[in-house]
Ligand binder design. Structure first.
Ligand code: ZN
Length: 546
């Protein structure tokens, strides 16, 4: 059976790749392009990793798979963190497995906790760092570590404290290991289709001030692609990204804006610091007291340990005194600080989804069904009027959920989705003490766009098609992969087979659509323990996603 390699450059965009291709710094992608076709791969709204990959994995829009953001909002008003168990639709590889096609997944987001499949899984983020059963089958982790040493998901962002170069070098080494490990596992598990996601560009785009850093990780990814081309010169290749990238100049502080415009109100600081917040609150407290560098990290580590062991009253006493000496220590937490009786609208991530309070905080102050549309309308109007310091709109479009999603999970989606992905601004929800709405940087220099990349190359694909597939959607990829292997496409899927990119005879073969159990309502499992959930939240906050 012909092999297919789906290689994803998380955050990849032509705006970054084209200058490197022109300069000869991505020779392996150039080889793929020489005998293939390219286009823009349109991402989901919001164009963020969990939503885009969930759509890629399931072939359906968020209204059907149920993942709208990094956070999940449960019916009882509580919040959880997204993971593979939250998906309410069947992954595309299930259909390939049914026809005997073996699939390997390496570093693909939203594949933890790993579910059994014919092939192997080494998951991508989000993954709790103490996860014991990281891979499927479980022995994959040993096979990987026996050869390459200890393996963890994602590179420690703490390395940025040692400078951008330490962080870059760690990614470059890490992705070389991921490549060799994926090649090894492909052979061990006789995989026909591999999906591998390289995550370095996404992180480096967020945190690196200079384009040179971006160019370094991209040229390293190109070298990794070269390793696959060496080993599998006759395979089909799909190079994709879950969304594109752009550089940002300022940050728009959505939380304070909601408060200033009467949509939300702050209550008292709570001294019950949630576990995922402890590390950040301690860092703010210690830095507020003038501590820095190694000393700060050491003291923070000791305090974290002590606080974990301390009884609750002692913990409160500690935070009380920390708050008195450095009030800013607790001040960043937007959602935890809200007075629900006076809050109509809130957000739990920096991605754009907004929620109308229809029952938080025991329902006090909740927006009534009669009020709901009025609140939504005025919120949309006010968001569209926001201008950045240069006078340009921050939000190019603001959507009602039913305008962009459809399906049985729609009601668990956000009420409004604000699109800042065309602007020069990053959006940050949390409050930053002493700052107004606009401020420089926040240590973040890049964000996403909806315009990802697509390259198809290999025996089953056309060479230089007459028309570029300008409007391919990430939802089209799973449908195209099934068609590539002669597997009927589930009727409920929202994407199309990209027949224009296929070579004969595949291009002429009619697309078979079948009724399936594509929407299975999910497993109903939580996926994380409470402790793991806190770890994931902490990791995502550290990356600046929440
Ligand atoms: Zn991504």
């Amino acid at each position: 059976m012909r092999k297919t390699l789906v290689l994803s450059i998380d955050s990849g965009c032509w705006e970054y790749l084209d200058p490197l291709l022109a300069a000869g710094r991505m020779p392996n992608v150039a080889r793929l392009l020489d005998r293939g076709a390219r286009g823009i791969l349109e991402s989901t709204m919001p164009p963020i990793t969990p939503v885009a990959f969930s759509s890629f994995i399931t072939g359906v829009n968020p209204g059907k798979h149920g993942v709208f953001d990094w956070s999940l909002h449960h019916g009882d008003g509580t919040r959880g963190m997204v993971n593979a168990a939250a998906l309410r639709a069947v992954p595309f590889w299930t259909y390939l497995n049914h026809k005997g096609i073996r699939v390997g997944l390496f570093n693909v987001p939203l594949t933890y906790p790993p579910r059994p499949l014919d092939g192997f899984v080494v998951p991508g983020i989000p993954v709790p760092h103490t996860a014991r059963r990281l891979t499927y089958p479980p022995e994959v982790l040993n096979q990987l570590e026996d050869r390459f040493g200890p393996y963890r998901v994602d590179v420690d962002r703490g390395l940025l404290n040692e400078g951008i170069d330490a962080y870059l070098q760690a990614w470059i080494k890490y992705e070389a290991v991921q490549t060799e490990a994926a090649l090894m596992l492909m052979e061990m598990y006789a995989v026909d289709l591999l999906v591998l996601n390289y995550a370095s560009l996404d992180r480096v785009n967020h945190f690196a001030p200079e384009m040179e850093s971006i160019e370094q990780v991209l040229s390293n990814i190109d070298a990794q692609i070269g390793r696959f081309l060496e080993r599998y010169p006759d395979a089909n290749y799909i190079l994709m990204s879950d969304h594109g990238s752009r550089r940002v100049r300022t940050a728009f502080l959505l939380g304070p804006w909601l408060v200033q415009h009467g949509y939300a109100a702050y209550g008292e600081y709570s001294l019950d610091i949630p576990p995922y917040e402890v590390n950040f609150a301690l860092a703010r407290y210690l830095r507020g007291r003038g501590m820095q560098g190694t000393e700060e990290r050491f003291v923070r580590g000791v305090l974290r340990l002590l606080l974990r062991m301390a009884p609750a009253p002692l913990r409160r006493r500690f935070w009380e005194s920390a708050y008195r000496s450095v009030p800013g220590a607790l001040a960043y937490r937007f959602t935890e600080r809200l007075d629900w009786a006076r809050t109509k609208v809130f957000a739990t991530s920096n991605s754009g989804p907004l929620l109308i309070n229809t029952g938080m905080g025991n329902g006090r102050g909740a927006v009534s069904p009669g009020e709901y549309e009025r609140v939504r309308e005025s919120l949309i109007r006010d968001l569209l009027a926001v201008r950045d310091p240069q006078g340009r709109p921050v939000f190019s479009r603001v959507y009602r959920r039913e305008e962009i999603y459809h399906g049985p999970a729609l009601a668990s989606g956000p009420d409004v989705i604000a699109d800042h992905y065309e602007s020069d601004c990053d959006v940050v929800v949390d409050n930053k003490p002493g700052q107004f709405c606009f401020l420089d940087r926040l240590g973040r220099f890049g964000d996403h766009t909806r315009r990802g990349i697509l390259v198809v190359s290999g025996p089953d694909f056309v060479q230089r098609p007459p028309v570029n597939p300008a409007h391919a959607s990430i939802l089209d990829l799973p449908a195209t992969l099934l068609h590539l292997y002669g597997v009927p496409v589930p009727q409920e899927w929202d994407g199309q087979v990209l027949r224009g990119l296929l070579a004969p005879p595949l291009a002429e073969r009619g697309v078979v659509r079948v009724k399936t159990a594509a929407l299975d309502g999910g497993t109903g499992e939580k996926g994380y323990s409470a402790d793991e959930e806190a770890q994931v939240m902490e990791h995502l906050r550290d990356l600046g996603y929440l």
